[in-house]
Design a binder for this molecule. Sequence first.
Ligand code: PEP
Ligand code: MG
Length: 883
Amino acid sequence: TKWVYSFGDGRAEGEAAMKNLLGGKGANLAEMANLGLPVPPGFTVSTEVCTYFYDHDRSYPPELEQQVATALAEVGRITGKSFGDKDNPLLVSVRSGARASMPGMMDTVLNLGLNDVTVETVARVTGDRRFAWDSYRRFITMYSDVVLGVEHHEFEEALELFKDRKGYTLDTELSGADWSELVGRYKEIVEKALGKPFPQDPREQLWGAVGAVFGSWMNARARKYRELHAIPASWGTAVNVQAMVFGNRGDTSATGVAFTRDPSTGAKELYGEFLINAQGEDVVAGIRTPQNITEKARIAAGSDRPSMEAAMPDVYAELVRIYGVLERHYRDMQDMEFTVEDGKLWMLQTRNGKRTAKAALRIAVDLASEGLLSRDEAVMRVEPQALDQLLHPTLDPKAERKLLASGLPASPGAACGEIVFSSEDAEEARKAGRRVILVRVETSPEDIHGMHAAEGILTTRGGMTSHAAVVARGMGKPCVSGAGSIRVDYKTQTLSSAGTTLRKGDVITLDGSNGQVLLGAVPMVEPELSGEFAALMEWADATRRMKVRANADTPRDAKTARSFGAEGIGLCRTEHMFFDADRILAVREMILADSTDGRRAALAKLLPMQRSDFAELFTLMAGLPVTIRLLDPPLHEFLPQTDAEIAEVAAAVGASVDKLKRRAQELHEVNPMLGFRGCRLAVAYPEIAEMQARAIFEAALDAAAATGTPVTPEIMVPLVMTKAELDLVKQRIDAMAVAVGSERQATITYQVGTMIELPRAALRAGEIAETAEFFSFGTNDLTQTTLGISRDDAASFLGIYTTGGLLPSDPFVTIDREGVGELVKLGTERGRATRSDLKVGICGEHGGDPASVTFCEEAGLDYVSCSPYRVPIARLAAAQAAI
Ligand code: PEP
Ligand code: MG
């Protein structure tokens, strides 16, 4: 078996398509080598070795050692050096690389191959003792930390002590002799911690590092990350071993990261950071504040340190050339890592860059305009759920801002909450329903859960490519990073800046778009949608088959829905119109009435209110379909709760408080979700359905007269289980249509349909469709009744099912394809067998969930209906499902 794949010198044994075998990093290194780009030669130990390692009690395949030796020799041939040689040593880096980028695993060991002998050789050959000993101390620190488990801070403390003793403030003040002295101290630290000396044999070092990469695949942080991102453990990670190139060889050397376009806005500008005379992790770790790549960015940032464009113009030009090659080749924005060694540029990594939703949209549309993508491909490039970020409020530009501090605009959007200083506190507060801002000096993979729980993230150290910035952008959370004027004190749980001190629990607001940290809660405004948004949505609309409607109960919902492109209302829950202060009393009267006359009196008060509500909806929707559902209240939601409320109803109807209390007790249900609700109400109290039908018909005529556009309301009967129920209710609606028609001397056009929310209704869809002119799957109730899980009580145990893998996801969020989905398909087929033009939609929460929308396309539904804010998400998801 082949376990090892070489690359370098303009060719490679692997390629980008081999991600599963080589991991993302290894596959792209091979691809770049094949493209003739400058990649330090190296090789990838495949993910299959990782799998083998865990299947064979942490041991390697027997052929591996030989294959690694051969590959190392090839790297030696290309570089003209030799691994383990004391006169001409080859030094290497060792990095992990899973299929998907995976924080939490062992990341990088640089300068491997250095020991007490080779460090002297490097010093002699380069004529630079400082460089040699600086490299060696970095190697010892990294290797000890990630391979040997000796904590980083031990070395940091030794370094600080040393600097104090010498009166230095900066690391750059240390000479070669200083670093060499410190290396002696570092080796003592290791020996004390492990009881044996730091390994001197390069081969032992190499296998130690390889083993540490594979071992880290199963560490707690990596496991947690996989769990959060549904990555199977069986994928494994690869290990990349590469000839070292040095960014720390003086002022003609550097290291950096760059995006081919701005990952926050999507603007077509090379964007990134670099550090002169530094090695890889210096940039990401935020230990030194990096410099800008372009002059434009430097000026915008107001930095007085030179940009790469100014300081290294040739290298900059080469980077720009390579960026063009990579973008055209990958047809996507790239996130690149590079090192400059003595004026020569080397590419260490490229991958499709993480970006905000705003940037994703702009990049997709721009790439299509540049001819690199087709419109359909551009539509596929934006994750529907990510649009959510764009549809939510930002800070009101007119609001007063009390500036506490400024940092980098690391991830856009506005967030407001109480400050907390640890991820644990963030999670706890979130559970208690509070909104928090996580404040850290810097974040690490251990903070992922806290970042998830927080509304936004604030760090005092680190750049635009720091952990906090990258992860927050990926999550779509606002983030301000590197707010250097803020001092965080974890001990006292306070932060202070410019003379102001805030403690845990105080409220701040972050503006992730300009990096401002503001005191208190700043008001927010609705988002403005960009030209790219409109363009992409237009392309999506041109491809999708399904219509997208909104669930809207009020004129305000309807307006939002239309502005987001809804093509009608798929569900108007009329009971939601009943909660308003001016009508709840009449609703309670109606429900508590113990006679038909009492009920009719209450209904008479409700009729004009309902009529004008409906007329407004019809007018706003201007001829688009509007589905109005007859009353479906779980009764308990409307019963008066307090004595005062009961007294109020009693006074209104002229009955005694005691009598009403008794009536309320009679109506109390053990299981209201399966109780007296849905069409059962219309069956028992026909006058309620009649009032609603009258209000709908009169409103339709009023709106048609006012606007000149005919209105054809769709009246929907909820929670039907038998055809007989639907027949009965429909007869009453039909009779009301005749009555209103003759009163108004008009013909009324309308449709009567039903919700399918009970398994029995799905099974009997064939005969129900004899009466129903349309179906709408109420998958909230259908999920509840199919799985037998109360939608209101699921939270306490459902998590155990999803994290334990007993259910693939929360069935109230993403449709349970195998169970509920089967009923949807079967109900649709049976219904259409009876009535071939039966219109079928879905109006449960699933209508706005991308994975469920994909299912609806497969099931052949005519439309999905979802909450107004999710309409664009559904439009895009429907388009992607159709492509
Ligand atoms: C449903 O059950 O899916 C539905 C849309 O109705 P409601 O959520 O109002 O019960
Ligand atoms: Mg329902």
